[in-house]
Design a protein around this ligand. Structure first.
Ligand code: CMC
Length: 428
């Protein structure tokens, strides 16, 4: 393959180098475009054709259904590693040795308290506040309680900050849910593993012991691994661009949470359950809603089906379907909403419209089912997504700073008025 791309503007040719990634992805390096051409820029709404960075963290190939963190396949990681092992891999680049892993877990535990004054902030939110807004605010507030700026050139400083956010974030997640449910805000139990402690912090009641369920622990662990990174999606790009102004890690992550909140991004898992509820309210006729989804005159779409990037199957959905089946069987949940979900999935998988368009249930379809059967309120689903995505955001922020990337500052093509003279108010 040639090593350059040629662009011709007004008869003048410009050469730009091609960059080839380790998986043979090719990009045209246009860093010199404006300088060489005297100001010509590119336009690409939604950045569908724009690589914002070079990254060594996550590789995904939507056509072939491949997702790898640092070269390891998501299937192998979900089967053989736990969430903190995967977090370490994403953030520091290599799987930890036993010693490194033990230390990482112990150091995170050490940081698993937040300033008790954060409870006052939570108290000030109305109970009806959406948990994503609360979580974003609390994560930003962590900066106020931990104001020292991280020295990104110091491995030790960076490591400490990573442990801080990994330790404190689950407390904020659990408190966000407990506040909504009117439960007292607790600190869990530091003798437990990371995921067990999250479940304990979320579900323990003041008047009874919380009993751990290995199947739920396994399902949540897998869900967190599957959501841990997904390269340059909307929230991750947000974290990188906010951090590119040398904004701190916690504040950058807080903005990532706001991006994830949107129904076109992390909010889709909530939309799945809302759709299932609506079908139930309507009488539970799945065939009617299948027909609506296929009707081009009807804007209705089956939430939890299809994916922008994965056009054959979502590798995460394959893994999590197994965990969802285990959870449902173990809990013996009798839930008409979940019956509707199962019905829709089996109908869609054998329906010509869906098969032809390669519309399979995506990760959000099954994650919603698991969260619901665990008793997690629908509004908390995207918060659970954020909990899983945290290591990815950290890894991407750290990489962006380590590579000394310039401040993110896109260009535009101005389409407004040309220069005009100011008109006094009485003459307008
Ligand atoms: N229900 C019915 N028809 C659908 C659906 C659906 N869920 N998704 C796509 N189609 C049809 C679409 O109408 C089009 O048909 P035609 O070729 O006849 O015009 C065809 O399938 C291709 O769809 P598309 O809109 O070109 O696909 P896209 O890549 O633009 O959209 C999507 C991807 C995820 C936005 C879309 O599939 C969708 O809206 N799904 C439901 C929402 C959802 O579950 N989102 C969560 C995705 S996973 C989240 C994450 O990984 O962060």
């Amino acid at each position: 393959m040639s090593k350059t791309a040629t662009l011709e503007i007004d008869g003048k040719k410009y050469e730009f180098p091609l960059i080839v990634g380790t998986e043979n992805e090719v990009a045209i390096d246009i860093k010199t475009l404006r300088g060489a051409t005297g100001g010509v820029t590119t336009i690409d709404p939604g950045y569908k054709n724009t690589g914002a960075c070079e990254s060594a963290i996550t590789f995904l190939n939507g056509e072939e259904g491949i997702l790898r963190y640092r070269g390891y396949s998501i299937e192998e990681l979900a089967e053989k590693a736990d969430f903190l092992e995967v977090a370490y891999l994403l953030i520091f680049g290599e799987l930890p040795t036993q010693q490194e892993l033990d230390k990482f877990k112990a150091d995170i535990k050490e940081e698993s308290v937040v300033d008790d004054d954060i409870k006052k902030i939570i108290d000030a939110f109305p109970k009806a506040a959406h948990p994503m807004g609360v979580l974003s605010s609390l994560t930003s507030a962590l900066t106020a309680f931990n104001p020292e700026a991280v020295n990104v050139d110091s491995e030790e400083d960076m490591y400490k900050t990573v442990c801080k956010i990994m330790g404190k974030f689950p407390v904020l997640v659990a408190w966000t849910m407990r506040k909504k449910k009117g439960l007292p805000l607790n600190y869990g139990d530091s003798s437990l593993g990371y995921v067990e402690n999250i479940l304990q912090m979320m579900f323990s009641k003041p008047n009874e012991d919380y009993k751990q369920n290995d199947i739920l622990v396994n399902a949540l662990d897998k869900l967190l691994i599957l959501h841990a990174d997904h390269e340059q999606n909307c929230s991750t790009s947000t974290v990188r661009i906010v951090g590119s102004a040398h904004t701190g890690l916690f504040a950058s992550i807080s903005s990532g949470i706001s991006a994830l909140w949107g129904p076109l991004h992390g909010g889709a898992n909530q939309a799945v359950l809302e759709m299932l509820e609506a079908i139930k309210e309507d009488g539970g006729d799945t065939k009617k809603f299948m027909a609506k989804a296929k009707d081009k005159e009807d804007p209705f779409r089956l939430m939890g089906f299809g994916h922008r990037v994965y056009k054959n199957f979502d590798p995460r959905a394959k893994i999590i379907k197994v965990a969802a089946d285990e959870v449902l069987a173990d809990l013996g949940v009798e839930d008409p909403v979940l019956d509707i979900a199962k019905g829709l999935a089996s109908e869609a998988l054998s329906d010509e419209y869906f098969v032809k368009r390669k519309l399979y249930p995506n990760v959000d379809f099954y994650s919603g089912i698991i969260y619901r059967s665990m008793g997690i309120p629908v509004e908390m689903f995207t918060v659970m997504f954020a909990l899983g995505r945290l290591p990815g955001w950290i890894a991407q922020w750290k990489e962006m700073r380590a590579r000394k990337e310039p401040i993110g500052r896109p260009r535009q093509v101005y389409i407004g008025e040309n220069h005009r003279a100011f008109k006094a108010v009485e003459k307008r």
